[in-house]
Design a protein around this ligand. Structure first.
Ligand code: DX5
Ligand code: ZN
Length: 246
């Protein structure tokens, strides 16, 4: 697997002092910040949108290269992923990770005449995200088979291939849920075919669950409650990293 990337989910941070929490987390050793965007439609919860991302961006230095320290990994749990790409780019998002399930059900195009399979497919959305100068990620809910990804990953046209795959290890919507080990075979199958792919896991990752995720082949580790609920977040970040890199 590629080196560990630890991406604390700021969903579990103190929203009343989010800027400080973000800069502290990077100083505590985090590589990326995982920014959970929920719209109350795709998931039964709401968080915040681009205006808040703009504000917290000023507290965290931009990455010097794509995927570098300080990357804002925006996990878009929203029903209309195409609609918000430009706003999030402007707000300072670096990696725009949309849900496969949202993309295929989305009306996607602002212009109804553009609403064709070709233009609303996941690969078209990935290209659109890349065209805006962002890295692209594609996320799968627990109920979605990993098989939907094979065609997308095998594409010869790199502009249409995601930079990261996110395998959810809880049903998206809330922090602090129980880790679903049932999702790890997806990670293993992806890692067997794609040794260099960034494979992210999100939900229930902590000291007790990280080893099985690492063995399966995950290298991008999201952790919300485990990091922000800890007395010493830097220690938890270091332990997660060690489990992946050892
Ligand atoms: C859940 C979010 C996660 C969440 C993880 O819908 O996508 O990023 O913050 O929280 P923990 O690590 O507490 O399970
Ligand atoms: Zn998330």
């Amino acid at each position: 697997s590629p080196p560990a990337i630890i991406a604390p989910s700021i969903l579990s941070a103190d929203f009343a002092s989010l800027g400080g929490a973000c800069s502290k987390t990077i100083n505590d050793g985090a590589d990326w910040l995982h920014v959970d965007i929920m719209d109350g439609h795709f998931v039964p919860n709401m968080t915040f949108g681009a205006p808040v991302v703009t504000k917290i961006r000023s507290h965290v230095e931009r990455p010097s290269a794509p995927g570098g320290r300080g990357t804002f990994d925006c996990h878009m749990m929203i029903a209309e992923p195409k609609k918000w790409v430009k706003d999030f780019k402007k707000a300072g998002c670096d990696l725009y990770c949309f849900h496969y399930e949202a993309a295929i059900n989305s009306t996607a195009a602002e212009n109804p005449a553009d609403h064709t399979d070709e233009k609303t497919s996941p690969k078209a959305l990935i290209k659109y995200i890349h065209d805006q100068g962002l890295q692209a990620g594609i996320a799968l809910k627990p109920q979605t088979s990993v098989d939907v990804l094979w065609d997308i990953l095998a594409n010869e046209n790199k502009a249409e291939v995601p930079d990261m795959v996110l395998i959810m290890t809880v049903n998206p919507g809330f922090g602090g849920q129980k880790f679903m080990a049932s999702e790890l075979p997806k990670v293993k199958a992806l890692r067997e075919k794609y040794p260099d792919l960034n494979i992210e896991v999100d939900g229930g990752l902590a000291e007790g669950t990280i080893d099985q995720a690492a063995v399966a082949g995950a290298n991008v580790i999201v952790a919300g409650s485990a990091v922000f609920g800890a007395k010493d977040p830097s220690e938890v970040i270091a332990k997660l990293r060690e489990a992946v890199d050892s």
